[in-house]
Write a new protein. Structure first.
Length: 206
């Protein structure tokens, strides 16, 4: 039996076809440097599945996504929110990415499960009340530490934070390692690095 219903699966497959095409185009010999804002840079199928399983397994109802991008992970989280009777708050700087994600969620039948917040994620985070049951952290890596400082006090007991890109791309490894060290210093978090997708740090508040 499929993990999600066929309507959601079709939307996820659309994203994945685009991601495969972008990968072929950007890795071809002699290909010009791509504008990162034009690329999906999605978490991928394995990571999306893991996020869905974690959020539904924990019965997470108040879900926070830091970095909508074009909405691939948002669809997975929206599906999880529908399963738990919850809601996703998704933060994204670029309006055109939010619009793309909104259209994908509409096609997936999940538009009522996601609330978008446009603008600087740090400023938005300061204003958003907790507690949050589940958090996906997938913004520019120099924002991981300040995002954690703002999210950590608002994380529910037993709440989970998943941080993407802990292993790939290699050039952000120093920032990823600094984030992982900070989580472990917090004193009330249990955390593990899993080699799924681009590498995900899964941390749970005691």
């Amino acid at each position: 039996m499929p993990l999600v219903d066929p309507v959601i699966e079709r939307v996820l497959a659309e994203f994945e076809r685009r991601a495969e095409e972008e990968h072929r185009r950007t890795t071809a010999p002699g290909s010009p440097d791509a504008n990162l804002d034009d690329l999906l840079l999605s978490v991928g199928r394995d990571a999306g599945t893991l996020l869905y399983l974690l959020a539904t397994g924990a019965q997470s109802r108040r879900i926070l996504e830091l970095g909508t991008s074009y909405g691939y992970s948002t669809v997975w989280l929206g599906a999880a929110a529908r399963a738990t009777g919850g809601k996703v708050l998704s933060l994204e700087l670029k309006d055109f990415k939010i619009e793309h994600a909104r259209q994908a969620l509409t096609r997936a039948g999940l538009s009522t499960r996601v609330e978008f917040h446009a603008g600087d994620c740090l400023e938005t985070l300061k204003a958003l009340p907790g507690p949050f049951d589940f958090v996906l952290l997938d913004v520019w890596k120099d924002l991981y530490l300040p995002c954690f400082e703002l999210v950590h006090p608002k994380l529910a007991p037993g709440g989970i934070i998943c941080a993407d890109n802990m292993l790939i791309p290699e050039k952000v490894r120093p920032q990823a390692e600094a984030y992982r060290a900070r989580v472990r210093e917090a004193g009330d978090m249990d955390s593990v690095l899993v080699d799924v997708g681009n590498g995900i740090e899964i941390s749970r508040r005691r």
